[in-house]
Design a protein around this ligand. Sequence first.
Ligand code: FUB
Length: 747
Amino acid sequence: MKHFRHFREVLTLSFSIFLSSFTPSGALRAQNPFVQTWFTSDPAPMVHDGKMYVYTGHDEDGADFFWMQEWRVYSTEDMVNWTDHGSPLALESFSWADDRAWASQCVERDGKFYWYICAHSKLSGGMAIGVAVGDTPVGPFRDAIGKPLFENGSWDHIDPTVFIDDDGQAWLMWGNPQCYYLKLNRDMVSYSGELGRLDMTEEAFGGPMMNKREKGKKYKDSYVEGPWLTKRNGTYQLLYAAGGVPEHISYSTAPHPTGPWKYAGEIMPLSETNSFTNHCGVADYKGHSYFFYHTGKLPRGGGFGRSVAVEEFKYNADGSFPTILPTNEGVKPIQTFNPYRKVEAETMAFSRGLKTEQNDEAGVYVADIHNGDYIKLQNVDFSGNMQKQFAARVASGLRGGQIEVRIDSLKGHLLARLEVPGTGGWEKWQTFTADFAEKAEGTHDLYLVFTGRKGPKLFNFDWWEIRGLQSLVVEDGGTGPHKAIMKEEATLEAHTVFVPQDLSAFGKKKPLPVLVWGNGACTNSPWEHFKFLNEIASYGYIVLATGYIPMEEKPYQGPMSTTQQQIESIDWIIAQNADKNSPYFGKIDVKNICVAGMSCGGLQTLYNCADPRIKTLMICNSGLFKTSNRGQAMGGMPMPDKSKLKEIHSSVIYILGGKTDIAYENGMDDFRQINHVPCCAANFPVGHGGTYRQPHGGEFSTVALAWLNWQLKGDKQAAKMFKGKDCGLSKREGWTIEKNAKFDTLK
Ligand code: FUB
């Protein structure tokens, strides 16, 4: 809709010339202009709640005058990666306005955001000052009073600046070539007193207004437009576009907003910026001072196609401004960017060939993506996690394309490549993922490079996310003394670890015993058991469950797990305990390992029972199939025959769901056949599903924990649950227990 291919190629070509001319190393370090998707002008910074916002005008593509229709908002937390919040305010927001959405400024007061604008008024036929109000810095905004705040038919009511003084008085100033002021009331949408006029004298501004100048006399300077009122060290500072066309930025100082003002000099002298206007705003943010202005430096930019830019500066000791020159490099990042979260695609440090659009469903999104276009994010910190997947929400009414995830440069290391198919419409959004083929460490610039067929538009792009290792606090972390967490570990693929969040309590004197777990249906995720397993971990265990982390209690859909995954768990935790660089170094009781599993996971456990590193077994809702009922087994289950039981060399408990448990017969048959090691069978009449999914794993957690505490920690109190005729379990409501002849040998 916007560009013919020819136009785009010209744009892309001139863009690369533009970039290479500013970056001798070709390293794409240019940061100014910091918005490349649209022409933006008249920047007005506002710091709120830890973020820097910039409110801008919007110059139309290809315009031959300031035919401006809307205002836009951008924000950043690091000063280099800016998020486009779209246009929450436009001429249509003001019933009285019909043209020229010119310079503006937004300020917060009492939790509301007041955005002062100027626009042509169809009521008076001149320019008028208006005010919109919103509940957030990015809107939505509405005309606060349904009429201009000030107008009188004159054309010189442009460029409002607003300043709330220490005493609470809010001042509104504007004007070209006369600088006017009003004292705003506390409500910010009305004023008291008469319209004020600053004395536009030579002393105040380096020269009088153009029409008051003496012929032939040379003046130092003169106020033109675009005032920015602020205060430093108790002195008021008025910055403004000065000198006529082309404009530079100068300032004056005063002991009071109404004057007397004294000319203080140039701040940003005339430079080769390709724009005959300039317009500034200043703000301090996170210990730095920033000067915002505009240039005409984007490709196809110029006097009516301007772009906002920013420079960092340091005030002189007396609070005065240094000279600030426009640069292409712009500012340095003041913090790193975290990619392990959902990032709006319209967040970028630099881009090529792109536009942003907005709708109600997706908000602002990146559009007009063609082969070779890209988004760059600066100073992205990959540490603290491990990249696993790149996910992106996209829509394509054509054939889609690809997103290449690269670091350091456009042709830098390719970490992942996402295939974007057609989704059936430019607003038919779908999320796709791609695995990382290579991993990044430390801090890098991140490039999202778009590829696809040359010529057509490829897709729209709403957001992206780098998914790293996941973790979740299950329920309240468990009822035990060590609040637990469920997590993935980078070096233990396809397993889920449950472990106390704070490992500092554990070490040689108090190591963590190990529970290795296999899942029901041999599913490759402990999605049915995570409350139970987490509860156990909270009592001071490390639990290594077979399968992928279940971030929600929803059946896992992938292929089954293997019996080998339990062995991998044992190998891994023993290696971690010996690895000086591991958080588990010296903290694991590798001599006290229980292997356990539910249903098919119990069969995996019995398959692995001969492993000499096992201290005890816990067979839950499971038992080896008898020859007579082998036909009932699900495909893919491990099916050792009963002779396997002879390989058990440790104590073993069967925890079954009573007679209605489909595994009851097999489990009880195992129990009866195990005579060479201590064995018991505990039944609780809940059927095959057990109580794993009840809060904190229900009754099964209590019994399993007692077993583990006794067998792995030697806890005599816990032993009472099982030992003796009147053991705890025999008295516990609903439970029954049977023990073999060897059971009493357990200490
Ligand atoms: O953006 C339109 C006009 O250009 C502004 O109101 C002036 O300050 C100048 O930048």
